[in-house]
Design a binder for this molecule. Structure first.
Ligand SMILES: Nc1nc2c(ncn2[C@@H]2O[C@H](COP(=O)(O)OP(=O)(O)OP(=O)(O)O)[C@@H](O)[C@H]2O)c(=O)[nH]1
Ligand SMILES: [Zn+2]
Length: 222
């Protein structure tokens, strides 16, 4: 684990943001993966002494396999990377744009327990603009992997920097890790904040504005 975290500060190392994958990981079909996972889940349940003939338990291995491949860990499949289509900044908007309170449902890679929280993403256009929903989509794509929050935060920033052709991208994530909240130390109140500031967001004033904006209460009527 230490080695993984040592790399977290090296923005120039692409390996520091990549999810560690086995060679050939992208060659298997979804059906092959689901079949293998179904067998493994069956094994775990039988080891725990559960009767898989029971009506309620019978479908669980298949259900979990489908959920892992298609939903919970769907973001391990590069084919599911959202198309971050950009267009020209024809309206000459020159200030920062923030998509805040993006819901994060992810999974802690140490315990395979949920991470639930909110991401706030901002950028300053360098001539290109990205559709608002694409920021929600890119957060969700990287969230759908076994994750550490530090890596997820940096993956979101790097993907948007590449799509927008600018370093001026920031992401803050505030999330609850059920491995901390519901087991182990069982601290239901604590949450984890991570931040990645690229380009102009490293400037104290720009960063301050970003952080002030994401703290703004947004209410739409009653
Ligand atoms: N840095 C970081 N740590 C995480 C993240 N998610 C979970 N962890 C931590 O990973 C650590 C794994 O530590 P271990 O000591 O191997 O696991 P453990 O015995 O289950 O630890 P406890 O949770 O303290 O009971 C724990 O401290 C978790 O809180 C994350 O996104 N980032
Ligand atoms: Zn965990």
């Amino acid at each position: 684990m230490d080695e993984l975290y040592e790399n977290v500060g090296d923005a120039h190392l692409s390996s520091s943001t990549d999810t560690p994958m086995l060679p050939g990981a992208f060659d298997k079909s979804d059906d092959d993966k689901m079949q293998a996972i179904e067998e493994h889940v069956k094994g775990i349940m039988e080891t725990l002494g559960l009767d898989l003939e029971d009506d309620s338990l019978r479908g669980t291995p298949r259900r979990v396999a489908k959920m892992f491949v298609k939903e919970t860990f769907g973001g391990l499949d590069p084919k599911r990377m959202p198309n971050l289509s950009t267009f020209d900044n024809s309206y000459q908007y020159g200030e920062m744009l923030i998509e805040k309170n993006i819901t994060v449902y992810s999974t802690c890679e140490h315990h395979l327990l949920p991470i639930v929280g909110r991401a706030h993403v901002g950028y300053i256009s360098n001539g290109k603009v990205v559709g608002l929903s694409k920021m929600n989509r890119i957060v969700d794509y990287y969230a759908k992997r076994p994750q550490v929050q530090e890596r997820m935060t940096r993956q979101v920033v790097k993907a948007l920097q590449a799509a927008l052709g600018t370093e001026d991208v920031a992401c803050v994530i505030d999330a609850k890790h059920l491995c901390v909240n519901s087991r182990g130390i069982r601290d239901i109140e604590s949450s984890t904040i991570t931040a990645e500031y690229g380009g102009k967001f490293k400037d104290e004033k720009v960063r301050r504005e970003f952080l002030d904006f994401i703290r703004m209460e947004t209410s739409f009527g009653a």
